[in-house]
Design a protein around this ligand. Structure first.
Ligand code: UD1
Ligand code: CA
Length: 482
């Protein structure tokens, strides 16, 4: 691209149709806010500077924008008077950009300015690049348009027979004839106009909503002899999110794209439509994912790992060749080395499992470290919390934790040690030792029959159904003599 780029992201709208206490643009798609998606596209598009226009009191929006793009410029639009007014709230950024990109002496400024809506989060870098290519080809304004399945509600693009863009008419202000046009405004626009700020300043508000419409810039630019063109894109790239059903629609589009990309990169999904990915999920080659798996943010999966059905995974690293699930839960800080097995109804949080370690059934591993090839039996619990503090459980390489053991943290189990089933371990266990914490078992031969006879005599009741059942079972098991 020939010209430096300023991207202005509009995010000041209240988003009343979301019916939410949270600003609209902070609602998430694939684990990242719509604002986050838009800013990522702006950054990837190579913007030299990014401005975000927020409403008064939208401190969360501001702090998120700053966290994502540290040198972002924030502008407050004090009253929501329309999209043109919103762009003008960033007037300082526009003027600075135009003066920085001004050519020698009388040459007009050439800096590109692209306006994005933070409620149109599926926009791609490729699409932004195509818009700018039209400016390189000589247009002064380029509007991203799409053929809408249901045009109602969108601004319509009015073109002449040669495809030149003459005006944008908002749905409410359109004539019945204009309403039949299915070519709609996505809201995304690119300008290479030295006098953009003056032009926006001339926009009035004589329309159905009494707002200053950015879309009116087209008619004014055309009247001044500038060229405006339309770049068409797929409707899915520019879905505008005004309400929660559209949020879900955008999520579905995003997920479908991400699954397709993952499969193209060598991931197997048996039922891709049931697998939910996050914006930053990374999946290696030959990863195999069974149905109904949810990936929250911060997950990476190594080559050849297998995620069996019905797992919930977030903030976790899964090493190559590991096997997770079915029905496993990996929470933030779960770090599984290569070939680790985590089976059904096992929850792992803030715990490292070194290569080859296994916890195959029914366990809670929180705030710990499990050594290489250690085996965690069914029902093992890391008792990590005393109601005040969290403490760590450390298990050495090759250790064997018998079923139904409670390890009361802080506690360390040495390499190769054995923990007898059912133990409650409160003290460190040295390497190679057996630790057993349970009462000795006693056995009384013939006790059961004596007990039944005594109880039957005392209560006057028969020896009961239990005995009958036991006798019948014995009969069923007897060899067939016929
Ligand atoms: C807008 C377009 C319409 C287009 C549609 C695409 C205008 C006048 N209309 O309509 O042509 O088809 O988007 O989705 O531009 N905003 C502000 N300050 C304001 C008003 C809006 O920052 O004073 C921001 C909103 O936060 C939002 C964006 O601008 O990100 C669009 O505003 P919205 O009210 O959703 O416009 P639409 O009615 O959807
Ligand atoms: Ca909108």
């Amino acid at each position: 691209m020939t010209s430096p780029l300023l991207i202005i992201v509009l995010a000041a709208g209240k988003g009343t149709r979301m019916k939410s206490a949270m600003p609209k643009v902070l609602h998430a798609i694939a684990g990242r806010s719509m604002l986050g998606h838009t800013l990522a596209a702006a950054t990837d598009a190579g913007a030299a500077s990014i401005a975000v226009v927020v409403g008064p009191g939208m401190d969360d929006v501001t702090s998120q924008a700053v966290a994502l793009v540290p040198d972002v410029k924030i502008f407050v639009q004090h009253e929501q008077r329309g999209t043109a007014d919103a762009v003008l709230a960033a007037r300082d950024a526009i003027e600075t950009h135009l003066s920085l990109t001004k050519g020698a002496d009388a040459e007009p400024a050439t800096g590109d300015i692209v306006v994005l809506y933070a409620d149109t989060p599926l926009i791609t870098v490729e699409t932004i690049a195509r818009l700018r290519a039209t400016l390189d080809a000589g247009a002064h304004v380029a509007v991203l348009g799409f053929r809408a399945r249901q045009p109602a509600g969108y601004g319509r693009l009015i073109t002449d027979t040669s495809g030149r863009l003459l005006a944008i008419r908002e749905d409410r202000d359109a004539s019945p004839a204009e309403r039949t046009i299915d070519l709609c405004n996505s809201g995304v626009m690119a300008f290479r106009l030295a006098n953009l700020h003056q032009l926006l300043g001339r926009i009035g508000n004589a329309n159905a909503k009494g707002e200053y419409y950015l879309t009116d810039a087209i008619e004014l630019a055309a009247a001044d002899g500038f060229t405006a063109t339309v770049v068409e894109c797929d409707e899915d790239d520019v879905l505008g999110v005004n309400a929660r059903d559209q949020l879900a629609e955008a999520e579905a589009i995003w997920q479908a794209r991400a699954r397709r990309a993952a499969m193209r990169d060598g991931v197997t999904m048996i039922a891709p439509e049931t697998v939910w990915l996050s914006f930053d999920t990374t999946l290696g080659r030959d990863v195999r994912i069974e149905p109904n798996v949810f990936f929250g943010p911060g997950v990476s999966v190594g080559d050849g790992a297998e995620i069996k059905a019905n797992c919930h995974i977030e903030g976790a690293r899964i090493g190559p060749g590991a096997r997770v699930g079915p029905f496993a839960r990996l929470r933030p800080g779960a770090d599984l080395g290569s070939e680790v097995h985590v089976g059904n109804f096992v929850e792992v949080k803030n715990t490292t499992m070194a290569a080859g370690a296994k916890a195959n059934h029914l366990a809670y591993l929180g705030d710990g470290a499990v050594g290489e090839a250690a085996n965690i039996g069914a029902g093992t619990i890391f008792c990590n919390y005393d109601g005040f503090n969290k403490a760590r459980t450390e298990i050495g390489a090759g250790a064997f934790i018998g079923s139904n053991s409670s390890l009361v943290a802080p506690v360390k189990i040495g390499d190769g040690a054995y923990i007898g089933s059912g133990s409650v371990i409160t003290k460190n266990v040295e390497a190679g030792a057996l630790a057993l914490e349970r009462s000795p078992q006693v056995a009384h031969p013939g006790w059961a029959e004596k007990f039944r006879t005594m109880m039957s005599r005392r209560t006057g009741k028969s020896k009961g159904a239990a005995l009958l059942a036991a006798t019948n079972m014995a009969k069923d098991k007897a060899p067939d003599r016929t």
